[in-house]
Structures are given as structure tokens and as C-alpha cells.
Design a protein around this ligand. Structure first.
Ligand code: PBG
Length: 328
């Protein structure tokens, strides 16, 4: 017989012991549900590559948001699919007719306590599908970061006026957090926090989202501004700069392949960090569980708990509406 002093299995023997020594716990308040707002009435389009996720018109969006609130969720992240696109993405700063602006007003009235976070970007609103203003450089159309800042200021101001509780710039435009902070402060919205997509990688895992939000680039890609998946030191620089520019929460996106980045950020910076569990990560779990290859509930809870273990304070996930009902 072997004599062992240390038997770590002692505290794994039953669920009560396991609970007593559990290091990380998922809570409803950690979860943020992304929602796609479509123009029109009575719209509920299921997204092919994201089973269980829909584009909703505002009437349906109100119902869904109320349901999520009643289930215990306290924050949603809004993406707009506008009635019309143009070269600049002017729907994003249209106080009266902008899709996000209309959604904000309706949701603030109907579900006043739900925190409404807006994705601040242009790709769903421009005819070319890029995240800002394009200029011609060496015969190629490229993103003009500086010119995009002016439009970001317009968009941020309009979201604030329409009732957003928090703004989330997602375009990886240099200087975005700074210009948004300055704009909000100048208009008397000093109290509105910014959650910056600080370390957003040029990822193939956004594929299904681009179906959902109809914001795929019509030519080229986003590698000239989103991060290279090989880098993590650079992510720390992005985070440092965003903090200097006034970010209140930083984010890593995607999440599953980038948990090391979350971990490094939390070790170095004393700031809340969000993990964005993106569309492709959702699609993988859904597809495998539809085939009976994975147990959806178990896998989702394992993944979400692991984001917390890595250091994430908040998790943006399409599983939020389900996971909130699966919490112990
Ligand atoms: C840009 C934006 C994207 C996502 C969130 N905001 C798409 C992109 O950068 O191409 C992706 C989210 C996901 O895949 O779940 N507005």
C-alpha cells in the first residue's frame, strides 16, 4: 500500500467539498447578451450560422430584452442593421432615424433598468463594409483613422443623446477612446463609461457575426487595423493606450483562443476586463451539440467559467440568455 500525505482528490469527493473550495463562480451580473436590431416591424430572423440568435425589429427586441431582464441579465450589447447604408455610415449619427437611436429610446422606456451598451463602429452601416472612412493610398482604398475619428465623435454623441448607458468602440481605430471621452465630456456625459474593444484580433471566428450584422467588408479585410493573432505584447500596449485615453473597461476579442491575453492584462493592469466570446465560438458549440457530439449546457458552463478563471470580469456571449438559466 502506498502512503500519501497529499491526496488532492479528498476535496473533490463530493459536490459540497467541491463547492467549498471552488475558486471562481459565474454570476448573472458577469454576462452581457449581444442583440441585433433590425429595421421594420415584427421581424425575427434566425441567423443561419448562429442557431438561437435572431435579428429583431424593435417591437420584438423590447419583448426579448424584458425576458432577459426577468431571467436576471442586467446588460445587453446592441448592434444595428440599418434600413439603408451609405459611404460614410451616416445612420450611426442620425438622432431621429438611426436604428440604434430608435432602439435605445424604446428600450430605455420599456426596460429602464437594463444597461444598454452600444457597439460603436461603422462596418454594418457603410456600403463598403469597412469600419470607417476610406482614402486612396498607393492606388488602394484604406481606412483613414484620423478622418474616422470625426465620425466616431458624431456617433458617440448621438448614442449618448438617445440614452446609451455605455459605449463600446469596436473598430480598432487609433485614438477612438480619446475622441469619444472628449466628446462625451464636452456634452455633459462625463458619467457615461467606455468599454473599449482594446485587443481585438483580426479573427476568422467573426464569420457568423458578419452574416448576422451584414457587415462583411466588400473588398479587402481588417488586418490593417485589427490585431495579428500571433501577438500579445502588442495587446498590452493597446490596453495601456486605451487606459490613458480614458477607457473604463478593456476587452479581449475573441476570447477562447486568447485567454492568455486576458490573463496577462489582469496581471499587469488594475482595470475591469471583458472577454468577448464571439460568434464563431458560439457556432462551434451549437453545431457540435446539434449533432450530439457535445453536451451544450456542460460545455457552455465550462467555457464561461474558464473565462472567469483566466481573469475576465465580464463576459459578452451569445450564450448569456441560456446560461443565466443554467446558473446553480
Ligand atoms: C464590428 C464588430 C464585429 C464584431 C463585433 N463588432 C465584426 C468585425 O470586426 O468584423 C464581431 C462579433 C462576433 O463575431 O461575435 N462592428
Amino acid at each position: 500500500m502506498t502512503y500519501l500525505v497529499n491526496r488532492l482528490s479528498r476535496l473533490r469527493a463530493n459536490e459540497t467539498f467541491r463547492q467549498m473550495v471552488r475558486e471562481n463562480r459565474l454570476e448573472a451580473g458577469d454576462l452581457i447578451q449581444p442583440l441585433f436590431v433590425h429595421h421594420g416591424d415584427q421581424v425575427k430572423n434566425e441567423i443561419d450560422s448562429m442557431p438561437g440568435q435572431f435579428q429583431y425589429s424593435i417591437d420584438n427586441l423590447i419583448e426579448v430584452t424584458q425576458r432577459l431582464y426577468d431571467a436576471g441579465l442586467r446588460a445587453v450589447l446592441l448592434f444595428g442593421i440599418p434600413a439603408g447604408k451609405d459611404e460614410a455610415g451616416s445612420d450611426t449619427w442620425d438622432d431621429e432615424h438611426g436604428i440604434i437611436q430608435q432602439a435605445l429610446r424604446a428600450l430605455k422606456k420599456a426596460v429602464p433598468k437594463m444597461i444598454l451598451i452600444t457597439d460603436v463602429c461603422f462596418c454594418e452601416y457603410t456600403t463598403h463594409g469597412h469600419c470607417g472612412v476610406l482614402v486612396e493610398r498607393n492606388g488602394q482604398k484604406v481606412l483613414d483613422h484620423d478622418a474616422t475619428l470625426d465620425n466616431l465623435a458624431l456617433q458617440a454623441a448621438s448614442h449618448a443623446r438617445s440614452g446609451a448607458d455605455m459605449l463600446a468602440p469596436s473598430g480598432m481605430i487609433d485614438g477612438a477612446v480619446g475622441i469619444i471621452r472628449e466628446t462625451l465630456d464636452g456634452l455633459g456625459y462625463q458619467h457615461l463609461p467606455i468599454m473599449s474593444y482594446s485587443a481585438k484580433y483580426a479573427s476568422s471566428f467573426y464569420g457568423p457575426f458578419r452574416d448576422a450584422a451584414q457587415g462583411a467588408p466588400q473588398f479587402g479585410d481588417r488586418r490593417s487595423h485589427q490585431m495579428d493573432c500571433a501577438n500579445s505584447n502588442e495587446a498590452l500596449r493597446e490596453v495601456e493606450i486605451d487606459i490613458q485615453e480614458g477607457a473604463d473597461i478593456v476587452m479581449v476579442k475573441p476570447a477562447l483562443s486568447f485567454m492568455d491575453v486576458i490573463c496577462r492584462i489582469k496581471e499587469l493592469f488594475n482595470i475591469p476586463c471583458a472577454a468577448y466570446n464571439v460568434s464563431g465560438e458560439y457556432a462551434m458549440v451549437k453545431a457540435a451539440s446539434e449533432r450530439g457530439w457535445l453536451d451544450e449546457k456542460q460545455c457552455v458552463m465550462e467555457i464561461l467559467t474558464s473565462f472567469k478563471r483566466a481573469g475576465a470580469d465580464l463576459i459578452i456571449t451569445y450564450h448569456a440568455g441560456d446560461a443565466v438559466n443554467w446558473l446553480p
